[in-house]
Design a protein around this ligand. Structure first.
Ligand code: MN
Length: 399
């Protein structure tokens, strides 16, 4: 059903010129940034409303957790089409170092003493899953690992994890459950400035990366969402022009009001009006679908552009949400500096706990990503997994 959604569109001459320019600009940025330290890892030096149009391949995840898409079983095929269609858009390789001794001792100190990084901003990482058992035992095992991964990252970076297993507002199901949960937590924790929502099917895969909150604070942004300016504010807004599975939101009045507005679209009594509203703006989305939270976000931003641009930053300079299909084969290349370190790898569409559409690609890819991330933690105690494909055996790292 969703196959046509991801089909590369016919390219006009203007678009071809634009793509060519993207390629040239990103190549120049690559040349400039390669070898720079993490501070230089932001391709985006343009005004904060418009992220640089340098496409990150893993960010081109025109896939979501939408239940209709998960049903289709066409996910991998679609992703391949999308990948092939975008081969001429280069991606930015900006960070390559494996944790060295200095990094290891800094991270170890953080585990032991808490973060002493003056730029570190304590934030709350909110995530969750259904309270009932997963459909398969493998699904439950994956959920345990994605939770462990988040705890590990937060032990290093000073965040607190809130893992919810319940529906906090009646009538809200699926991915909609996040928003009442977030709003309530934000109001209950006024001293926590930033919140991060992260799906249970997403894991941190770069433990050395700190979220640049100081940058977002400097720009007075209240929300940071992985996405592309053109696909949200351009002529044909696309419901997959951003991803709502991982985002940052500041705990302030603007955000509370925005969440309240967003939540209204998910209320069971508003389904028909919300659907009609979405259909007036998002033409590439199947018109018969019930409103999903991600489409509503695109709609809210697009239809209130001035305020949205002031408050919401669409992040495309690093993988705040990196689509797993483009990442899980690259771990060996990453370690030798041939590919970009993915901050977050998101297994959207894999539906591990629900047991639908969990392909071999999902399960093997997840194991590799989890072990790749876990190796960064184990490195702190001189160990690593003997293979990325297996969690069970460890070996000693020399040096
Ligand atoms: Mn997800």
């Amino acid at each position: 059903m969703g196959a046509w959604l991801l089909k590369p569109r016919m390219l006009s001459r203007n678009k071809m010129t634009f793509l060519l320019l993207c390629l040239i600009v990103s190549t120049l940025f690559y040349a400039f940034l390669n070898g720079h330290h993490i501070e230089a890892d932001f391709v985006d030096q343009s005004p904060p409303n418009k992220p640089a149009r340098v496409f990150n391949r893993a960010m081109q995840s025109f896939v979501t957790d939408h239940p209709e898409l998960s049903k289709s079983g066409e996910l991998n095929q679609n992703a391949e089409q999308s990948e092939n269609g975008n081969e001429n858009q280069s991606f930015n390789v900006v960070r390559t170092e494996e944790p060295n001794k200095e990094t290891v001792s800094r991270l170890l100190h953080q585990v032991d003493q808490g973060s002493d990084d003056p730029n570190a901003v304590p934030f709350m990482l909110v995530t969750g899953e259904r309270s009932s058992p997963c459909v398969t035992s493998h699904g439950s095992n994956v959920m345990m690992k994605t939770y462990k991964n988040k705890v590990d990252y937060c032990n290093l970076h000073g965040c607190k994890v809130w893992y919810a297993l319940e529906i906090w507002q009646k009538g809200f199901v699926g991915t909609w459950v996040r928003y009442p949960l977030l709003l309530r937590l934000m109001k209950a924790n006024p001293s926590v400035t930033w919140f991060m929502w992260m799906d249970s099917d997403a894991i941190f895969t770069d433990f050395n990366f700190s979220i640049p909150f100081e940058r977002y604070n400097g720009w007075n942004k209240n929300m940071v969402v992985p996405g592309f300016w053109e696909k949200v504010y351009g002529e044909n807004p696309d419901w997959i022009g951003l991803n709502a599975g991982v985002f940052l939101i500041r705990n302030c009045e603007w955000s509370h009001k925005f969440l309240e507005k967003w939540i209204e679209f998910g209320a069971p009594e508003n389904i028909q009006t919300a659907k009609a509203a979405l259909n007036t703006v998002l033409k590439s989305r199947p018109q018969e679908w019930d409103p999903d939270d991600q489409s509503v976000l695109v709609y809210l931003l697009n239809t209130n552009r001035k305020e949205s641009e002031e408050n919401v930053f669409l992040e495309a300079s690093y993988s705040l949400h990196g689509y797993f299909e483009y990442i899980v084969d690259e771990f060996e290349d990453i370690l030798v500096g041939k590919a970009k370190w993915p901050f977050v790898t998101h297994f959207c569409g894999c539906n591990f706990c629900g047991g639908k559409n969990t392909t071999d690609r999902c399960t093997k890819g997840f194991e590799r990503a989890f072990n790749f991330a876990d190796n960064q933690l184990l490195r702190l105690v001189g160990l690593r997994h003997s293979s990325l494909s297996s969690s069970s055996t460890l070996e000693t790292v020399v040096g």
